[in-house]
Design a protein. Structure first.
Lengths: 279, 309
């Protein structure tokens, strides 16, 4: 078997067979129910294209960003952190698995899980929306081509969110080399940023310094929250949690997120490559 | 059976590692050939584990090289390390996976393994009946056996085993000893770290003793344990015989050692010593060549290196 494929297969085996990972799909399911619940009884008019997109694509996007993203964040920490915590990394590297190669195999396995999770969760969420609000879903399916561009941009937002969750999890686990440290940092990252998005504008008012508002423009969470709106400024979208002030444009949001992804990836690879293994 | 010609299986050449100004491993030179079992001994903190970690691509050496089958481990890890099986310190396993899934997961590191090969390894270490149980339910000895099975993945040429008998019951220790002897007889080289010196004495062909990062003694087990042409005696009146021997020019180093009388012979031969004692009216009840035991050698050379602890 090809060496890298075997490594990825080994990572997928560990993800699939470890009971600690089994509750994670339940979170995806819970998010699907939540989306269906919030969408039910929302008697929005479905006459124009924007309202259809807002009623169908935006809830789906949010379901995938949060419902798949959060479990992926936890999984990424577990997949990297447990190897150091259990000492198994020394066996893998001691058998000739390169440090960088091992990390790339883990990232590939996480990407496969992300794609599978997104497809399954997306299908479940679409089915749930169709059950609670059939009219917008039918209209969206009937519209087809005209909303393809919106769907594509929403998909970009989902892909960037999922990539950010994976790389953030891998980054914090690589830095701390521990599940506990990784989970603690990963799970407070976005809440702290969202609190920051609320607090920093208040500081601007209090100190009359524009610096604080400026900071909100470069927070990962804020740019992910507002990604759909930034990519599709021509329509009103569902914005989840807090957004940077002032509203950023699509190019800015994508570049900031890509910069974070590059830093997370480069740091994780650099630390894995350079540091001795004492686990 | 493996080809016994070719480069040494393991060569450590000037291997060193410093943390700040402290040399943890200081110019270690070792060579291990096929079919050899090298006992690598040393007090706690002597540098054994760091040496092993450098040999396994885990800790970067400050200086020196590690070669396996002639290739530099740090330059060509993917080429040579799949040929090295290791069990370092406590067995590192995934506790929530079954024994079989653990072997499968680690097999991925060497390109995968056939299900039949995995089953054979599990049977070899005597875990066939528990292969589907989660590892968290295993005893320490069972984890140790599983660690050995994982080390044997991909039929390695070199095995690095750190305290492999740890946690094993007496029968398990005997089985482990037999397994190591068999693996070495098949042409593998085994690098064995152990604190059980009797085990090392029983199965190793060579020993190397490290203290404060330096190799302070190495050689074949026979050479290390050989006395200096002395004999031990069992006699009826050891006190009188000791005085008699020490009065001879050739017998001044005669001494009582662990309840036995140890002495040189007038000519270096046992028969002449027996004849001398018989003529003096103290015929020995038993006489044999004196050999050190490994514990004695270990304590002596590590004390020499460090002064009295």
């Amino acid at each position: 078997m090809n060496g890298f494929r075997a490594l990825v297969g080994g990572e997928l085996l560990k993800i699939r067979r470890q009971p600690a990972n089994w509750p994670l799909p339940l979170f995806m399911l819970a998010q699907v129910f939540l989306t269906a619940l919030l969408s039910s009884g929302d008697n929005r008019p479905v006459g124009d294209q924007d309202s259809v997109v807002r009623a169908v694509l935006d809830p789906l996007t949010l379901t995938l960003q949060v419902g798949v993203g959060l479990p992926l964040l936890v999984l990424a920490v577990l997949v990297v952190g447990q190897e150091y915590q259990l000492g198994t990394v020394r066996v893998l590297i001691g058998r000739g698995t390169g440090r960088v190669r091992l990390l790339l195999a883990k990232l590939t396995a996480l990407a496969i899980v992300a794609a599978t999770g997104a497809v399954v969760t997306g299908a479940a969420a679409a089915g749930a929306l169709w059950l609670v609000e059939p009219e917008p879903v039918r209209t969206a399916l009937a519209l087809g081509g005209p909303i393809a561009r919106d769907a594509g941009l929403n998909l970009v937002a989902v892909v960037l969110s999922l990539a950010a969750c994976i790389l953030l999890g891998v980054f914090v686990a690589s830095v701390g080399r521990s599940v506990a440290f990784g989970l603690a940092l990963a799970l407070i990252w976005f809440p702290i940023e969202n609190v920051g998005l609320l607090v920093l504008p208040a500081l601007t008012v209090l100190t009359r310094q524009g610096l604080w508002d400026g900071l909100t423009l470069y927070l990962l969470g804020g740019n992910l929250n507002t990604m759909v709106q930034a990519l599709e400024p021509g329509r009103r979208t569902v914005v989840f949690l807090a957004a940077p002030e002032p509203q950023v444009d699509g190019k800015h949001a994508v570049l900031v997120v890509l910069a974070y992804l590059a830093v997370f990836l480069a740091t994780s690879l650099g630390l894995s490559w350079r540091r001795d293994v004492h686990a | 059976m493996r080809e016994r010609e070719g480069p040494p299986v393991l060569e450590l050449d000037g291997l060193s590692r410093a943390y700040g100004r402290r040399m943890v491993v200081d110019h270690v030179d070792l060579v291990l050939h096929r079919g050899e079992i090298l006992g690598f001994l040393g007090p706690n903190g002597a540098g054994k584990t760091t040496t092993i970690r450098m040999a396994l691509n885990l800790v970067r050496p400050s200086a020196g090289t590690v070669r396996v089958l002639g290739s530099d481990v740090w330059r060509e890890p993917r080429r040579v390390l799949p040929r090295v099986g290791a069990l370092v310190e406590a067995p590192a396993l995934y506790p929530r996976l079954s024994g079989r899934d653990n072997v499968r997961a680690f097999a991925a590191a060497v390109g995968g393994a056939r299900p039949a090969a995995i089953g054979e390894l599990i049977e070899l270490v005597g875990l066939g009946e528990r292969e589907h149980d989660r590892v968290r339910t295993y005893s320490l000895g069972m984890k140790q056996r599983l660690g050995v099975a994982i080390a044997l993945l991909n039929d390695p040429d070199l095995l690095v085993l750190d305290e492999p008998a740890n946690g094993l019951d007496p029968l398990g220790i005997v089985e482990m000893r037999d397994l190591m002897s068999r693996l070495a007889a098949e042409g593998r080289a085994i690098f064995l770290c152990s604190h059980v010196l009797r085990e090392v004495e029983a199965i190793c062909t060579r020993v190397a003793i490290i203290d404060r990062g330096r190799i302070v003694h190495q050689g074949s087990v026979d050479d290390v344990l050989a006395g200096t042409g002395e004999f031990w005696l069992h006699v009826a009146e050891p006190g009188q015989v000791l005085a008699l021997l020490q009065a001879q020019a050739w017998g001044r180093s005669a001494r009582l050692w662990e309840g036995r009388l140890v002495t040189p012979s007038p000519t270096g031969r046992g028969r002449d010593l027996t004849a001398f004692l018989a003529a003096a009216g103290h015929p020995p009840d038993a006489l044999d060549r004196f050999r050190h035991d490994l514990e004695d050698v270990f304590l002596r050379v590590t004390n020499v290196a460090e002064g009295i602890r």
